[in-house]
Design a protein around this ligand. Structure first.
Ligand code: GTP
Ligand code: MG
Length: 274
């Protein structure tokens, strides 16, 4: 059947291009060009598939004491544990169907295995997200809803850096802002936190734009992050190409508490990434 197809193809060629009319040199050149195109196309297909398959990291970011490690432990092991300030990251494999790395039973289809990374929120270690961002498919930014008013500037700066990062923009990485500790009396409502962050990021854009301008004066080739949102109007998260969603939760509230628990919100977010 395939040979019939090739025969029809050859018959449809102009007479001069048919194999019996080609000189050995022309035939060799054509064969070389065809092989080159075939190998090039195969390589491109394999490489682009690997590139896509490589983006399987979910980053847990945010300021110190927000609840990232508690969340990591709950997602990874399903347990509530006492935590201390992290000075190093935690990482592990994570699947929505198994909740951990246990091999899935033969009856249930295995979900995709993701790489979960909990980054320390310490000021000097926050930048570590840049080591993972090129392979990241989703970012959870955890906020302590009780301290956000006094930590608004550093929280907005960190979120700004993540959102303006060229990988976040180019790959349109979705971000879930998880407003944690909703069980506490001092917790601010999620809509208030969203509005505060939008206002602060709007102010930051002016400062950053001025910094970029002064850098450009000295170094025309400076490789900088993207401008965030639409120019000329106040910043809003919905101006971004990547989805930025907000959820309120408590990671320590007992079962049956009025506050939504954290992991289901993260599960739903991850489900949307797949
Ligand atoms: N009340 C309350 N406390 C919480 C909640 N989530 C976390 N905590 C507490 O907040 C503290 C900090 O939690 P961690 O998970 O260690 O915070 P982290 O974001 O990993 O902090 P760093 O490692 O310093 O970046 C711990 O004492 C937790 O028990 C919550 O939903 N409600
Ligand atoms: Mg931690």
């Amino acid at each position: 059947m395939l040979s019939n197809y090739f025969q029809t193809l050859i018959n449809s060629l102009p007479k001069q291009l048919r194999p019996e009319h080609l000189s050995p040199t022309t035939a060799a050149v054509l064969a070389f060009v065809a092989s080159f195109l075939f190998i090039g196309l195969s390589l491109w297909l394999v490489l682009s598939k690997t590139q896509r398959a490589k983006r399987e990291t979910v980053l847990l970011t945010g300021l110190a004491e927000a609840g990232k490690t508690v969340l990591f432990m709950q997602l990874r092991y399903g347990t509530k544990v006492a935590t201390h300030t992290s000075m190093d990251h935690n990482e592990g494999r994570f699947s929505l169907t198994t909740g951990d790395t246990a091999p899935p039973s033969s009856s249930s289809r295995p979900g995709p295995i993701l790489h979960l990374v909990d980054l320390p929120g310490h000021e000097k270690l926050r930048f570590k997200y840049t080591e993972y961002i090129s392979s990241t498919c989703g970012i959870v930014f955890v906020i302590d809803s009780t301290t956000i008013a006094r930590e608004l500037r550093p929280a907005a700066e960190y979120l700004y850096d993540i959102l303006a990062n060229r990988y976040t923009q180019r790959n349109e990485i979705p971000v879930l802002v998880l407003c944690n500790k909703a069980d506490l009396l001092m917790a601010l409502p999620v809509e208030k936190i969203r509005a505060m962050l939008e206002g602060e990021i709007d102010r930051l854009r002016t400062t950053r734009a001025a910094e970029v301008q002064s850098l450009d004066d000295g170094d025309k080739e400076h490789d900088r992050d993207e401008f965030l949102g639409e120019e000329g109007v106040p910043f809003a998260f919905n101006q971004l190409a990547n989805a930025v969603t907000f959820e309120s939760c408590s990671l320590v509230a007992p079962a049956g508490d009025a506050q939504p628990h954290g992991p289901p919100a993260v599960h739903a977010f991850i489900q949307r990434l797949l």
